[in-house]
Ligand binder design. Structure first.
Ligand code: ATP
Ligand code: MG
Length: 158
């Protein structure tokens, strides 16, 4: 399915923003231009839902969640960034592994299976993109992913 990425992304962010009970603030940094992506919208919704849920779940004290989209050659680079508890340096590389959760005691009290980001990695790679994380313990986490885009709905460059 061809969708305009900002419209698709905004609709997901809106859904979280309307239903959130936390004091967290959402900030959007999205381009003015239209970028079309050919995606399985159900699967990409699941990926973005998990990343936003994580950002909220692991930011118990609130703060901002920032949503950004930039363009790098033929790829959109999407960023979802939080001011939460962060991830220790030695563990960042493992959060996309199946069933991996940082700090089992803390994780147990927060629910979840540790599958969300493993599924996200599979889905993003199946769409021709990459996904990675940057994080600092006690400061926050940013999840990045890329997706190939087209400049019009016909899937042609102009
Ligand atoms: P599930 O998504 O299956 O319900 P989960 O959220 O624990 O469970 P993932 O989404 O795969 O699993 O995330 C894996 C682990 O990475 C989490 O348990 C958490 O320790 C860490 N993590 C993920 N996102 C963040 C974040 N934004 N801030 C801090 N830690 C995070
Ligand atoms: Mg999760």
């Amino acid at each position: 399915e061809f969708v305009e990425f900002n419209k698709f992304f905004n609709r997901i962010i809106d859904r979280f923003e309307m239903s959130k009970s936390q004091k967290v603030e959402f900030k959007r940094y999205l381009p003015e231009e239209s970028y079309f992506v050919e995606i399985d919208t159900d699967k990409l919704t699941q990926v973005i839902d998990n990343i936003i849920s994580n950002a909220m779940k692991y930011s118990p004290d609130g703060g901002n969640i920032r949503f950004g989209v930039t363009v790098q050659e033929n790829l959109l680079k999407v960023m979802i960034s939080d001011d939460g508890m962060g991830i220790p340096k030695e563990n960042v590389g493992r959060i996309f592994d199946r069933f991996y959760r940082v700090d089992r005691a803390r994780a147990r009290s927060m629910g979840g299976t540790g599958l969300g980001l493993a599924i996200a990695k599979e889905m993003i790679e199946a769409h021709g993109g990459n996904i990675w994380a940057e994080s600092e313990e006690g400061v926050g986490t940013t999840i990045f992913f890329t997706l190939p885009y087209e400049l019009d709905e016909a899937g042609e460059w102009d």
